[in-house]
Design a protein around this ligand. Sequence first.
Ligand SMILES: NC(=O)c1ccc[n+]([C@@H]2O[C@H](COP(=O)([O-])OP(=O)(O)OC[C@H]3O[C@@H](n4cnc5c(N)ncnc54)[C@H](OP(=O)(O)O)[C@@H]3O)[C@@H](O)[C@H]2O)c1
Length: 342
Amino acid sequence: MPDVAILGGSGYTGGELIRILLSHPRVTLGAVSSRHLAGKPLAQTFPWLEGRTDLRFVTPDEVVGGSADLVFTALGHMESVESVARLMDKGKKVVDLSADFRFAENAFYTRWYNQDHPRPDLLSRAVYGLPEHYRSRIAGSLLTANPGCYATACILSLLPLAARGILPPGVVIDAKSGVSGAGRNPKDNTVFPECNEGLRPYAVARHRHQPEIEMVLGEAGRKPAQVLFTPHLLPANRGILASVYLPLPAPFDQVVEIYRDHYRDEPFVKVKAPRAVPGVQDVRGSNYCHLGLVDDPSGKFLLVFSVIDNLVKGASGQAVQNMNLMLGLPETAGLGHFPLAP
Ligand SMILES: NC(=O)c1ccc[n+]([C@@H]2O[C@H](COP(=O)([O-])OP(=O)(O)OC[C@H]3O[C@@H](n4cnc5c(N)ncnc54)[C@H](OP(=O)(O)O)[C@@H]3O)[C@@H](O)[C@H]2O)c1
């Protein structure tokens, strides 16, 4: 069985990777790092692991120097670049959950992240890890850049139209994410009293997932794509809802058929019956994306609703889906569980 490890396993996406990988039938989770918890049992940080594993956190160097065939890097912005470089030098496969390898050109980092990428030479070696569009490239890659959580929900909501070249201009995306999307370290705007019972837009017209959405939709349609994307902080632990508004690009029945056709063989994307809408609670804890399609009574607009769990299809579940492809395992291995309800 392939041996896998997690660099940066004490955070939210790290915890979710542990949850999925410890019950994965085809890989062994051998090591999980944390700088400040090295030596401590995983179950001390993740109490739901009680009695289920004897693993203890190790140092990041132990993961980088270890024997894993594939390493997940689940660190913050620009924290993983050097470790990824070292892992690749040793011939290890890597799935990086950060944004550090999502763009092929340094110019994106200069413009959207206000800094030059420290290792632009590595950027062209990474494949963007959205299996629904880059499946065969991911299967052959050594380094997969796992997509952003909002980007996943938004791209999947529009990909069928982009791929057929009928994505119209003037797409408006109103998206909301649960607070775990901001990571485990408390921040001023994510501590309980600041977000509970509240709802606020943030990073308006500047959110870093916008260029990811436009990059993939542009590649799918072979022409530039532009969206107006506004994220909001939802006072819930998990879940992303993207409500997408656009001019109706074809008769509604035809649009429904296009989506059904596009996702017919996709294991994790489900298109609901026409005019039925999904909720974040329908996918909680699972790797699914549910899509709802509605036409407005005037027949002028299409509304697409896309929901995912930000920590699963938006991060760790998708990372495992990518791992499965990179290791030649069944794509759905370890990811078949139903969502949690209610
Ligand atoms: N949360 C989401 O829904 C989500 C969705 C998609 C993508 N992502 C991306 O996934 C990455 C991880 O997110 P998260 O939410 O899990 O963050 P998090 O909860 O803040 O966890 C970050 C982890 O990285 C470790 N770490 C930080 N700096 C490090 C360094 N210099 N060297 C080694 N380890 C370091 C931390 O461990 P110690 O401090 O214990 O060492 C911790 O385990 C981020 O890039 C984020 O943008 C997150």
